[in-house]
Design a binder for this molecule. Sequence first.
Ligand code: NDP
Length: 434
Amino acid sequence: ARRNPGEDDFYQAVHELATDVLPFMKANSRYRRMDLLERLTEPDRIITFRVNWVDDDHNVRTNRGYRVQHCNCIGPYKGGIRFHKDVTLDTLKFLAFEQTFKNSLTGLPMGGAKGGSDFNPKGKSDLEVMNFCQAFMTHLYRYIGPHTDIPAGDIGVGSREVSYLFGQFKRLTNELTPVLTGKDLAVGGSLIRPEATGYGAVYMAENMLDVKGERLDGKTAIVSGSGNVAIYAAEKLLQKGAKVLTLSDSSGYILDKQGITPEKLEWIKALKFERRGRIEEYADEFSGVEYHADKRPWEVSAELAFPCATQNEIDESDARDLVSNGCRLVAEGANMPTREAGVKVFHEAGVMFGPAKAANAGGVAVSGLEMSQNSMRLSWSREEVDSRLQTIMKDIHARMLQYGRDGDTINYQRGANIAGYVKVADAMIALGVI
Ligand code: NDP
């Protein structure tokens, strides 16, 4: 904390991992080396730059851009780019740290990184978004490459933004090198990449329930967020026969007690991906729907919870509400959505808790598959990518059990932290002090 003043999110991410990894290190002579963990708390490299761009009124605007290259011991740096008004170096350091262990858990050769800007995409025209993306890439392009660092999307960065970034990279380098994932299908994107994080979180929940001999079919679920991850988590839940009651955005949440149907979800996709509207409009469009302004959906009673919006959206008292309302499984679609005190509440109450670095790894896993397809210059079918995604989520679940099972109880968080750490630590030991 002294070395990284004010970086609360980064500290939280490191503390959460160290709590599980330190006892494991002490008990295993091969990993009884503090320098490994110490080295991992310092990113390999942090790049920051000024981004100047011109808005529709011809004003010159200035934002700050970042890329945190955390660790490339098991593969080139890989991790999303976030555009959100609240982005700070702290946010991106925590996300890059998490990404290293998440990517390790996928079993694919990818290191960890994260980037972004405090640019606020809300209310910006398409031209402004393109101007910003081009200005951002004009700085970033010299630090990335298909064997060095391959960024992707995150909050505020979907396939439109990734493709604009890619276009500028092409213009600057005269190469159509696959240097980003999450691209539009027209320029080398992969089928199922937009769906992968949300679908993956639901596949993870399915694997967790399966251990208890249970199924998703007939269960009630609350989902937060209404972006890329939330919408596709809801879609897969519906396909699996669960009833989805809520979605949200930073202004509030909607409660549809009859359950969101596939037709209503198509309407939400158009609202969010095309019209870029607010979730509140759902309550005006469909009857019997409640809108709760300035609130999060954790007060709603349901068996499953999928936090898919942002970090620290479930605090200790939200976790208590969820438990007392009958929640039995939490699968984190967002990154670090639950505060440490909330995770403790879930563990004490015996809630099945699927931590972000495992439950939302489906997105980066399919990004890895996008890279493979680009290298081979071919495109797999939806079925092929989806089936590989399901296998990867199953394998991640098995890796968590290896280190997280303790008799009849399973601590998935400990399992994910240790399994993610071991692969990175093995690579660091093999590479020597570098
Ligand atoms: P989107 O930008 O598509 O959607 C984000 C959603 O979360 C929006 O509904 C947004 O509402 C809401 N949200 C954002 N910030 C806040 C906040 N401070 N308080 C309440 N609601 C908020 O992003 P994604 O769906 O891609 O990402 C969501 C989460 O999933 C993030 O934590 C991201 O890091 C994580 N993730 C994403 C992956 C991906 O493949 N996209 C991969 C792995 C993890 P509003 O519009 O009002 O801001």
